[in-house]
Write a protein that binds this ligand. Structure first.
Ligand SMILES: [Zn+2]
Length: 285
């Protein structure tokens, strides 16, 4: 039986890359914070469904809300890193990237006593021009990265010719790509974030069925702010970014419940146990 993976990128509603030009990082501390309540909403939902997930926590959030990170890990979920400042990987130098990831690992470990071994780049920004990130993640003892969208339909991210299955990208480091569905000549993103909210549920369901029939788990991702239809609207955002952010926010929760009722889900480590149970991991446990 295929177990699908569910992951949550834990960040505030104003920290998304689409708002980067409008909400300055220097103002983050004075913005209304909603990440704690929204994440607790997800934790309750997962508890009711008896499902464990992987939480890619932004270091900035972990540093300010260490109790939230502890609550996630105490509930038995897997803790991973979403970097510290939510900067696109390819907009940083390799040294800046390393520093950002190290800082996120430190604050997350300090918060919950668990050192993250998985990483997801902000906006899937490991692309053709930022492949140099993988050896750095491997040096930092990361075991998996889930930052590649094997599609070329998007401008901010995507690696059109990337392998759609998990593959080793540096020593002991596995890339676990985001789910796509082949439609004619294109790899169409499915099963996460805006796509999860935008497509009718039957499309997402048939995509998951198709992946599972091929022996592949669906790599489903969501954000705490996607469960918060009442979040304050950020002004000055372009129409495209605003649409992607706000479309169908009121549907996320019920759709996720349906999804969890229809398919088996678990953490990334469980869904991809065949590649992630490396000898080093076995020796350590
Ligand atoms: Zn993010």
């Amino acid at each position: 039986m295929v177990i699908n993976s569910l992951s949550i990128d834990v960040e505030e509603h104003f920290q998304v890359s689409g708002f980067e030009g409008v909400v300055d990082r220097e103002t983050w501390d004075s913005q209304p914070s909603r990440v704690v309540d929204n994440t607790h909403r997800i934790l309750r939902l997962l508890d009711e469904a008896s499902v464990k997930a992987t939480f890619f926590v932004l270091g900035w959030v972990a540093e300010r809300e260490p109790a939230l990170v502890r609550d996630i890990s105490d509930a038995g979920h897997e803790i991973a890193s979403h970097g510290y400042w939510h900067r696109l990987v390819y907009s940083q130098t390799p040294d800046e990237f390393r520093e950002d990831v190290v800082r996120s690992i430190d604050v997350i470990e300090r918060a919950c006593g668990q050192r993250p071994t998985g990483y997801r780049a902000p906006s899937f920004s490991i692309t053709e021009q930022s492949r140099w990130a993988w050896p750095i993640l491997a040096e930092l003892d990361m075991q998996f990265d889930s930052s590649v969208y094997p599609t070329n339909l998007r401008d901010r991210y995507g690696m059109g010719d990337a392998n759609t299955r998990p593959h080793e990208v540096a020593e002991n480091l596995w890339e676990i790509p985001m789910s796509v569905m082949r439609v004619a000549r294109w790899n169409v993103p499915v099963a996460g974030g805006g796509y999860f909210r935008l497509y009718p549920f039957w499309i997402t369901r048939s995509a998951v069925r198709r992946l599972n029939a091929d022996g592949m788990p669906a790599n489903v991702y969501l954000h705490p702010w996607e469960f918060d239809p009442d979040q304050p609207r950020v002004s000055g955002v372009g129409r495209g970014a605003a649409f992607r952010h706000y479309v169908n926010l009121g549907r996320t929760e019920s759709r996720l419940r349906r999804m969890l009722a229809e398919f088996p889900f678990g953490t990334m480590r469980r869904a991809y146990a065949d590649v992630l149970s490396s000898p080093r991991q076995a020796a350590a446990s």
